[in-house]
Design a binder for this molecule. Structure first.
Ligand code: GLA
Length: 705
């Protein structure tokens, strides 16, 4: 049993293998957070329980450490729940009512019931723990038990209270199109620091994840508290620090321009907010989150295939001949999945037209898609295809027939981004249009992979089909409908793998990843730029989910030239893909690429299923390095190291690189280096990196002897 309630002390404790999370019911009947960190005895937390105050202006400091802060009475911090009753009253008083503990499939769930002291509202706080993971999944369900509507003005998933630390350093990612997942950190000062999306989906500017440490945690050491939200629409994570040394991180659906009318007898369930604690650094945090994805969020569907995607090769200039030629070359390289990108449908010869018309373009494919699919299958590869179902070009048959199917305000012009508008997914006819063309596409063709794109944010958020006083539900309704569509398609077509993409790496979060098998992290395929994007991605998301393409020698983004080996090594640190125009590659280039694909296949289980270690010790020398450790399938250990040098300077030799994650008492052989090396020496004395010049790279396959 991981979850306990002490009825005398009125204290709940949630234990994982290496952490304790403790809260209690105080003398005011309020759920008060007490402790989160290395294991402790719950009873030892008893003295922490109770009300505190400082002055009449700071009269209920205990409410700052509330497990789920309701807005009402003396509560001035970021609330978790704020409602408006039918009679205009805007004040909540939630009393503790009871709890339940359930066990299922090794998981244990605690539900705490809170009830308003006057109005018919119940809040259920849900905590779930999983065997072997130092994580707690939290969410809330709000029930309207009465006969009048209740408006939820703000309903958050959970609030995480941090311990007192000398500093509270917040680590997060920021970015933009083609520059996603850039790591940042900042010390919290008194006030609020807000990470959020207001654009309709999780987007490249921020990702719904945070980590807090005392300012001294490193990759391999130090306490780190962290959390990530499973929501793919507008979300918000608020880290708030008070003058009384309290830091609370509240997260959930963004309350900006958002409301939900909870009708009598209905419930509203928030997305989950998973939180965790580790005592051994950011590397351990990431590996914990990776295991969570493998075991809970997206239980395994096997190794991801080496794919080819024709976007950068042909853009909109798609035709059956070129695609068949590309497919032939791709199959000779050892590619397992051939994906045709944008441009195969309607009048989609550029990004000004055709989006929404999901019928095969007969000029480009006179014999339908079947001809290309047949060819691809005959070459021993699977076939995948690009779609962008949530958007429409005004220059399309769909829009001409249904101009009212998009989000809009009647008195405003419709802002176009990439010449497109967003379909109103809350309309049943729109949802069934998407489901029916997708079902037809997947039902009538031998397709095993869908790249689902979304290339613009939401503007003019009006739903003409929805009551005027409930327009602010749009942001949430879009995501609910999207999840329902993906769930239905996954159920109907279980053999099809899905990739989430939104103008590059915009829609990647634990909400989407319940449905998606992999994610396109960025439209930037410059192999050097990708290293920092992929590093930021790896803080939260697994290498297996991360699709990486090898593209041309000169990157379109920065006009930087890199070798084939460098480009491959960069892309081999995740799920390998190729996106170059192979029809222009020479025999020698193709032969080198084929050998690298082979090498990838040999180390693929390590990259995609092993433990990942970021080796940042030579960053100051321009070296990025990442290592994966897993089992060799015969009871031994195996590892692979990738290292990249930006540019050598002043003839400097590089200091030795210390490896991680090996068994100190075992001996290892490294391909290309003589002798047997103990794990201890590899991790404490390290290895020399023969990297020279500009944009050099290496891959070492390391096997237990
Ligand atoms: C987005 C995606 C690209 C590609 C194009 C097609 O930008 O991120 O990978 O699919 O759309 O229009």
């Amino acid at each position: 049993m991981n979850i306990h309630f002490d009825p005398v002390l009125r204290i709940f404790s949630i234990s994982t293998d290496h952490s304790s999370y403790v809260f209690g019911i105080n003398d005011k009947g309020i759920l008060q957070h007490l402790y989160w960190g290395d294991p402790v005895a719950a009873a030892d937390c008893a003295p922490l329980l109770g009300s505190r105050s400082h002055s009449s202006f700071d009269a209920a400091l205990d409410r700052e450490a509330e497990e789920y802060a309701y807005w009402g009475g003396l509560s001035y911090m970021e609330p978790s729940l704020k409602v408006r009753w039918h009679d205009g009253v805007r004040d909540l008083r939630l009393d503790y009512e009871g709890y339940a503990i359930e066990q299922q499939d090794g998981r244990e769930t605690l539900t705490i019931m809170l009830k308003d002291e006057y109005y018919p509202l119940q809040a259920r706080l849900i905590y779930t723990v999983f065997p072997g993971l130092d994580l707690i999944e939290r969410s809330a369900v709000i029930d309207n038990c009465g006969s009048q509507d209740i408006v939820l003005e703000n309903v958050q998933s959970a609030a995480w209270t941090m311990p007192v630390l000398p500093r509270h350093r917040l680590t997060h990612v920021t970015g933009k199109w083609s520059g996603e997942f850039q790591l940042r950190n900042t010390d919290l000062s008194e006030g609020k620091t807000v990470l959020e999306s207001r654009r309709g989906f999780t987007d490249g500017h921020a990702n719904p994840w945070f980590a807090i440490d005392g300012g001294n945690a490193s990759e391999q050491s130090g306490q780190v508290w962290f959390g990530a939200l499973a929501w793919s629409g507008n979300w918000k994570i608020v880290a708030e620090k008070t003058a009384f040394e309290l830091v609370r991180v509240t997260g959930g659906i963004n309350d900006f321009d958002s409301e939900w009318t909870l009708q009598p007898g209905h419930s509203f369930a928030t997305p989950t907010f998973v939180g965790g604690y580790v005592s051994d650094g950011f590397g351990a945090m990431s590996r914990m989150l990776h295991r969570y994805q493998y075991e809970v969020v997206a239980p395994d569907r096997g190794l991801r295939k080496v794919l080819y995607n024709s976007w950068e090769a042909t853009y909109f200039d798609v035709n059956v001949q070129d695609q068949m030629e590309l497919a032939e070359r791709a199959s000779r390289l050892g590619v397992e999945l051939f994906v045709i990108d944008d441009g195969w449908f309607g009048q989609r010869n550029h990004d000004h037209a055709g989006l929404g018309d999901w019928t095969v373009n007969s000029d480009k494919f006179p014999n339908g898609l079947g001809e290309l699919i047949h060819k691809v299958r005959g070459l021993g590869m699977e076939f995948g295809i690009w779609v962008e179902p949530e958007a429409v070009n005004p220059d399309s048959d769909l829009y001409r027939s249904h101009p009212d199917w998009v989000y809009h305000f009647p008195t405003r012009s419709r802002t176009e981004l990439r010449n497109q508008l967003v379909l109103n997914l809350s309309m049943p006819e729109v949802k069934s249009y998407i489901l029916s063309f997708m079902s037809e596409l997947l039902g009538q063709h031998d397709i095993s992979f869908i790249k689902w794109d979304m290339n613009r944010t939401i503007t003019e958020p009006g739903m003409h089909n929805h009551p005027l006083n409930r327009q602010k539900e749009l942001w949430t309704r879009h995501v609910h409908s999207l999840y329902e569509i993906w769930a239905e398609l996954r159920e109907k077509f279980p053999h099809v793998a899905f990739e989430t993409c939104a103008g590059g790496g915009s829609r990647i979060d634990f909400g989407m990843l319940r449905y998606a098998d992999q994610a396109w992290p960025s439209d930037n395929t410059d192999a050097f730029d990708r290293l920092s994007i992929q590093e930021g991605f790896s803080y939260v998301y697994t290498p297996k989910l991360m699709t990486c393409w090898v593209t041309e020698e000169i990157s379109g983004m920065n006009k930087r030239a890199t070798s084939i080996a460098y480009r491959f090594h960069s892309a081999m640190t995740g799920t390998l893909g190729i996106g170059a125009n192979l029809n222009h590659w020479s025999k020698d280039q193709l032969a080198e690429a084929a050998a690298l694909v082979d090498q990838y296949k040999a180390i693929r289980p390590l990259v995609q299923e092993g433990r990942q270690y970021r080796l940042g010790m030579l960053k100051h020398k321009g070296v990025e390095a990442v290592q994966y450790v897993g089992s060799d399938g015969n009871g031994g250990e195996e590892s692979v190291l990738f290292a990249f040098l930006h540019s050598q300077k002043l003839g400097d030799r590089l200091p030795r690189l210390l490896l991680q994650g090996l068994n100190p008492d075992k001996g290892y052989r490294i391909d290309g280096i003589d002798g047997v090396h103990s794990g201890q020496s590899l991790m404490r004395i390290g290895i020399e990196l023969p990297l020279r010049g500009d944009f050099d790279s290496l891959m070492y396959h390391i096997r237990e002897q």
